[in-house]
Write a protein that binds this ligand. Structure first.
Ligand code: SF4
Length: 181
């Protein structure tokens, strides 16, 4: 069986005899994008699709993100999947706050994104009411291919993010709008 291994495309930079120079932002972004440590916050059925994404057929490890973390302090990608009740909201927010910067949030499925079919008094109508979200994955449930697509979109964000973004007034203002310091 042949294995098709393709290296990451070389970032833009300056090349000469025996050297290649690029920006620090680019190198750090490349490293971050290919070594995401997801924290799966799965409460219901969407979590099963995530399990399929982790298994051998879809194999999230191909994207460097197979190292799941169940500790908020050792993860940089919060993946929220499933129905989030209003009672669960403060727990989710605490998990988000415990994660160190830089961190990203992937919101998977109709329930986490908008409450889905559960338009009831007890269900949070979208996690973006309590924490900022970077990428949404639509569907009920989304297929593993969609989860992989969401991860690729997170990778694009991480690759292209300036190292200064997290210290910018705009970022702090965005967090403040959620009541997060
Ligand atoms: S979006 Fe659909 S599959 Fe996902 S948790 Fe909600 S009901 Fe279940």
């Amino acid at each position: 069986m042949s294995i098709d291994i393709r290296p990451e495309n070389r970032p833009p930079g300056v090349e000469g005899a025996g050297f290649f120079a690029t920006s620090l932002d680019t190198v750090v972004g490349l490293a971050r994008a290919n070594s995401l440590w997801p924290l799966p916050f799965a409460t219901s059925c969407c979590g099963s699709e995530f399990m399929a994404t982790m298994a051998s057929h879809y194999d999230l490890g191909r994207f460097g993100a197979e190292r799941l973390s169940f500790s908020a302090r050792q993860s940089d990608l919060l993946m929220v999947m499933g129905t989030i009740s209003k009672k669960m909201g403060p727990v989710l927010r605490q998990v988000y706050e415990q994660m160190a910067e830089p961190k990203w949030v992937l919101c998977m499925g109709a329930c986490a994104s908008s409450g889905g079919i559960f338009d009831t008094y007890s269900v949070l109508q979208g996690i973006d009411r309590i924490i900022p979200v970077d990428v949404y994955i639509p569907g009920c449930p989304p297929r593993p291919e969609q989860v992989l697509d969401g991860i690729l979109k997170i990778q694009e964000l991480t690759k292209n993010e300036s190292l200064r973004r997290r210290n910018s007034p705009e970022y702090k203002e965005m967090l403040a709008s959620y009541g997060i310091e």
